[in-house]
Design a protein around this ligand. Structure first.
Ligand code: ASP
Length: 445
């Protein structure tokens, strides 16, 4: 059994958190590959090391003193070292970083130092070997990971004791550090899990799994015990953000489950993300709804043109206008001779009137109108498939709560139903679905 374990920033925010991480790692001999984020916040007033490093870089760029900021970072690491009685020569490490900064440091190098230093400390504390991600995670010049090269490097360097690898960065073929997008340590963990054919990829954070609905809207929502990769994609696309979006792909390729766990409550099983939950579902049938998510601030562009439903290529012409303006489309619900194109309002803020006039000009429309301030609510669940009456029950709940539905869409895989409502009805919509399909249903059981 091999487990790749990734600890997020909150799990390594202080010496106290390091102790919890040690207990977790050493309690299971299969936890041999440890990936870490940079130290996160210990409280609301505190700052994530990576944010401070980005700030330092901006100060250097604008010629403003970064001394105070950088000292805050140094103090954080010195504090952890002291409390855990680590021997690492931090002075030497910081001197090196300062020398690089004086030379006119590059951003990627500087902002990756949070993971680098956290990894060094954690490796010593666990008694594991430290593998610098610079020597393991190989980027190509196009910014993609070279999986074959990364695999060769990792297998050459791995040992039996266990290794700690900093997340979030790697190196280009010329050796220069390159970082991933924010939250990228999730991707590092997933790549390592793929390479070592892990049995499970454990992602340790500060919640005991993925919530059924946003806790900012629903007080103490339930957690999802099992979810498929595809359901998770649907959930995160519209708002639920637990894992970096790109972290699913490397493990999905090899059908490796991801287990979201809580460093502060390790006895909880967390959420298991799997390619296929069939085996589990046979034992315990899934609830109809796995999760409810959504986002506000969409714009609906509705186009009316008689006989457009039989005009070959009409939809392509409409979509090509949006493509020319580099706008990505969320959904295209349609009826006879009327099409609605739903887009994120922010993505068309500069060009919506130009898009409308181009559509009018090129497509000889009977009418076109815009509706802004729309929210999309997605009800996701593998248990909804082939359940006659499900969408009926769902939509009647909107009616009973006097929520007007603007658009509805569901694809043939029946994995999710997306409903468009006014922004002002967004929270009410999520609350009433949660109440009816989650709270009431679970109460009966
Ligand atoms: N430390 C980086 C960030 O804050 C990467 C990570 O934590 O995954 O985005």
């Amino acid at each position: 059994m091999i487990k790749v374990v990734k600890f997020g920033g909150s799990s390594v925010a202080s010496a106290e958190q390091f102790k919890k991480v040690k207990d977790i790692v050493l309690s299971d001999p299969s936890r041999k590959f440890v990936v870490t984020s940079a130290c996160g916040k210990t409280s609301k007033e505190d700052h994530k090391v990576t944010d401070l490093l980005y700030l330092c870089e901006a100060h250097i760029r604008y010629g403003v003193s970064h001394e105070e900021l950088f000292s805050t970072i140094e103090e954080k690491y010195y504090g952890i070292c002291k409390e855990l009685q680590l021997k690492i020569d931090l002075k030497k490490e910081f001197e090196h970083i300062r020398t690089q900064m004086k030379k006119g440091v590059d951003t990627d190098y500087l902002v990756s130092r949070g993971e680098y230093l956290t990894g060094l400390l954690l490796a010593e504390y666990l008694g594991y070997a430290f593998l610098d991600a610079r020597d393991v995670i190989c980027f190509r010049y196009d910014g993609q990971i070279d999986l074959e090269k990364t695999k060769a490097r990792l297998l050459e360097k791995q040992n039996d004791t266990g290794v700690v690898i900093p997340g979030f960065y790697g190196a280009l073929p010329n050796g220069a550090i390159k970082v991933m997008s924010r939250g990228g340590s999730d991707i590092t963990g997933s790549i390592i899990a793929n390479i070592v054919d892990a049995d499970v990829y454990e992602n340790w954070t500060d919640v005991s799994g993925i919530y059924v609905a946003d806790p900012k809207i629903i007080k103490n929502p339930l957690q999802i015990p099992t979810i498929t990769y595809n359901e998770l994609r649907e959930m995160s696309y519209l708002g639920a953000n637990v894992l970096h979006d790109d972290a699913v792909f490397p493990v999905k390729q090899k059908n490796i489950p991801i287990n979201i766990r809580n460093t502060n409550d390790p006895t909880k099983p967390g959420t298991m993300i799997l390619e296929d939950c069939k085996e589990l579902d046979e034992k315990i049938p899934p609830h109809m709804i796995t999760g409810i998510t959504g986002r506000q601030n969409f714009t609906i562009v509705t186009l009316v043109k008689s006989h457009s439903s039989t005009e070959v290529g009409f939809l392509r012409k409409v979509l090509s206008v949006f493509e020319r303006f580099q706008v990505s489309i969320e959904s295209v619900p349609s009826t006879v001779d009327t099409f609605s194109v739903i887009v994120n309002t922010a993505s068309v803020s500069e060009c919506i009137y130009e898009i409308v006039s181009t559509l009018k000009e090129e497509l000889d429309l009977d009418d076109i109108f815009l509706e802004e301030h729309v929210a999309l609510v997605a009800v996701v669940g593998r248990g909804m498939k082939a359940q006659p009456g499900m969408s009926g029950k769902l939509l009647s709940e909107f009616g009973l709560n006097r929520i007007n539905i603007k658009v509805i869409s569901q694809t043939a895989d029946e994995l999710s139903i997306v409903v468009g409502v006014k922004n002002e009805d967004y929270e009410k919509a999520i609350s009433c679905i949660y109440e009816k399909f989650i709270a009431e249903e679970r109460k009966v059981l």
